[in-house]
Design a protein around this ligand. Structure first.
Ligand SMILES: [Zn+2]
Length: 393
């Protein structure tokens, strides 16, 4: 079965000649092509399928079906046609770097902590590995150092098929109980694992193994990592981001965190100042309204939800209305509202008004907030009629 899978004999085949043995239309309207031999890796073991060209036809994905490799292509190719397969090599090498890097890390985690790799995903953005046990940030740093030491050592990756007896005696990582011919991938000093994927020949080709983060996941951890060219691209992106931040903050690169801290403190001070100014403005405005036992509706431009609440609270606490409604345009043709009263139930009022003014929101008996999809006149008329209909029990 392995004879016609060139990627197993030598994972560096970038170009090969082949003959089409079968071609069928798929339900998706693409075509499934089988070949007498192939270097295209079918998706499996956490490694995505290869892509590339068969002659001038695009290979979109590659899957294993019924023990055969099927190439999904965008146009039919007649069986019997001799053609040339060309891999998207940068993509494949990238996948090999991630995959070998993952083995090194998983092998070390297994050796030092006894945890298993219970999930492996090579996504477009990042590579994630799930372990069934907890790790600390310090553990990760040590693992990352050791993993990269193995990269610097440039050890030869060994791939082989042990005989039945040898396999029995071998201590290797495996996701499932394996029978028959088992393919073993060994990174001397790092890992030994049953795997069907493609790997670099020497660990030095992995370039770098960089752990980017860790979250708690299903009782264990999910570690995200990048290797090789992808880690380089990530590093470049981060430096670019940092340079942009440094310009925006007018701070030297190394001083960016300090500048952000300062900016945050500054903005907290500004917020406090704005808050105190608004309180003064609200109390001056509130002084314009006489004490009253009727509902009071106030319309103000540009108030935030917090300010709406502040103003409404001040007005009803000072007795400027039995029920107070403060309204501010929401920028979409409607109004944000805050309804406040110590004598009437604002939950019931907001529910009734929401229903008639296509609104949403709610709150407590004392204060309700939300938005109405309605104009000022409509709101005023309904508020005047409804406001005192829901006494607090
Ligand atoms: Zn693997």
């Amino acid at each position: 079965m392995e004879q016609n899978r060139l990627y197993y004999q030598y994972p560096y085949v970038k170009k090969f000649t082949c003959t089409v043995t079968d071609c069928r239309e798929t339900p998706k309207g693409t075509w499934a092509v089988r070949l007498d031999q192939t270097a295209f890796y079918p998706e499996g073991g956490g490694q995505p399928s290869d892509r590339g060209m068969l002659g001038d036809v695009s290979v979109l994905s590659v899957h294993e079906r019924g023990g055969e490799v099927e190439h999904e292509v965008d146009r039919p190719i007649a069986p019997g046609t001799q053609t040339e397969g060309i891999l998207d090599w940068q993509y494949r090498l990238d996948n090999m770097q991630q995959h070998t890097g993952e083995h090194i890390l998983s092998g070390l985690v297994h050796r030092y902590f006894g945890y298993d790799n219970v999930g492996f995903h090579m996504g477009a953005e990042e590579v994630t590995v799930d372990f069934n046990g907890l790790l600390t940030e310090k553990d990760l740093e040590r693992l990352e150092n050791e993993a990269n030491a193995l990269v610097y050592e440039n050890v030869k990756v060994r791939v082989w098929y042990p005989g039945e007896e040898e396999l029995k005696a071998l201590d290797y990582r495996s996701k499932k109980e394996l029978t028959g011919l088992v393919r073993i991938v060994e990174i001397p000093g790092g890992d030994i694992c049953a795997c069907c994927g493609t790997h670099v020949e020497r660990t030095g080709e992995v370039g770098i193994i960089k752990i980017r983060g860790m979250i708690h996941y299903k009782g264990g951890v999910r570690v995200s990592m990048l290797c090789g060219r992808r880690a380089l691209a990530d590093y470049r992106q981060r430096l670019n981001d940092e340079a942009e931040l440094s310009v925006l903050l007018s701070a030297k690169l190394a001083k960016v965190p300090e500048a952000v801290k300062k900016l945050k403190e500054e903005s907290q001070k500004q917020e406090a100042l704005a808050g105190s100014l608004y309180r003064q403005i609200f109390s001056l405005k509130a002084a314009q309204y006489p004490k009253a036992d009727s509902p009071l509706a106030v319309f103000e431009e540009g108030l935030s939800p917090v300010q709406l609440r502040q103003f409404a609270t001040l007005l009803y606490e000072e007795g400027k209305g039995a029920v107070v409604g403060v309204f501010s345009p929401d920028g979409n043709g409607g109004f944000q509202y805050a309804l406040g009263s110590s004598r009437f139930d604002m939950r019931s009022l907001s529910r009734a008004m929401n229903q008639k003014l296509n609104g949403r929101g709610g709150g407590s008996a004392l204060m309700a907030q939300g938005t109405f999809r309605a104009g000022r006149e409509e709101i005023e008329a309904l508020f005047a009629g409804e406001a005192c209909n829901y006494p607090n029990s």
